[in-house]
Write a protein that binds this ligand. Sequence first.
Ligand SMILES: NC(=O)c1ccc[n+]([C@@H]2O[C@H](COP(=O)([O-])OP(=O)(O)OC[C@H]3O[C@@H](n4cnc5c(N)ncnc54)[C@H](OP(=O)(O)O)[C@@H]3O)[C@@H](O)[C@H]2O)c1
Length: 323
Amino acid sequence: MRYGIIGTGWIAESFIEGAREITNADIVAVYSRTEEKGSAFAERNKIEKVYTSLEEFSKGDFEAVYIASPNSFHYEQSKIMLEAGKNVICEKPITVEPEELEELQTLAAEKNLIYMEAIMYMHNPGREIFRDAIGKIGKVTSAHFDFSQLSSKYPAYKRGELPNIFNPKLATGCLMDLGVYCVYPAVDIWGIPDKLTATATFMESGADGSGAASLIYGDKVITFTYSKLGQDYSGSAVFGDEGTVTVESISKLTYINKYGENGDKQELLGDVAKSVLMGNEAKGFEYFIAHPDCEKYALSSRTALHVSRLMKEIRTLADIKFE
Ligand SMILES: NC(=O)c1ccc[n+]([C@@H]2O[C@H](COP(=O)([O-])OP(=O)(O)OC[C@H]3O[C@@H](n4cnc5c(N)ncnc54)[C@H](OP(=O)(O)O)[C@@H]3O)[C@@H](O)[C@H]2O)c1
């Protein structure tokens, strides 16, 4: 599959490494706002062509585009690429508003193109292991998912700079960046909750720095905590009346363990390299392009929409606003 890349941050490099490793992807072009950054990125990653015009890029000789720009650009850039006939894999969160996602899912379907959220969870072999283990711990009445990761951009913020991730104008912040990784497995495993509570703390920039949400399903409550201003070392857990499942990283689903009623521990999965996780997204995307009518693509599109709607509800309850 020939790809063009939008965005020149570290995550785009991570996608390229994973896609080349897992699918043999042919990365042929990159779009950057500046020739200088684009050329440096192209040289580092052995990419032939650099575009600084999005319109020219959209006419490039490739079938697929990977988008890794700040969140507020996802909708517009995805729309331009779909209209130009490209299949699109776009970084999480795929759009800011659920209505935008619905619109672009319809557009992609009309044009027989694939439009997919680049979310590791849905394409991770750990997903089946996690779901299967949860099915074996009896009646689940509670779970706690945490993604708290002290941001590498926080020192710059404290020095008075405004990194993109803490700039509400770009629809970033903690929920959009990290909270989404808690929402995905909850929606995938238990569906849409009956009730929701949510709150957040705010930085001076207006971005949410940390937050919490509870999803109430009648017979169970799933709580989320997420922070860009503190580091988690204790992981996430699902509690059943016959056992417990723990996972060290809810985003990568690494180090999954299952504990029985007596506390006996079964190690189900260890570490998985980030490049493998990113490469699996590319593999899933390419499979969808080859099999657009497959059930997994329909599931992935439905789940993306449910997640997007729930993210919107959390933002409303927690008063998270973007300009
Ligand atoms: N899957 C994962 O594990 C993972 C990890 C990190 C991030 N992400 C997602 O990847 C996306 C990008 O995140 P990031 O942290 O890489 O973002 P970023 O560094 O702020 O921006 C990414 C790229 O977008 C362009 N850009 C930056 N600011 C811009 C602006 N104001 N207007 C237009 N273009 C701009 C830049 O490329 P040019 O200067 O070359 O144009 C930049 O290299 C986000 O959606 C994020 O949620 C995913």
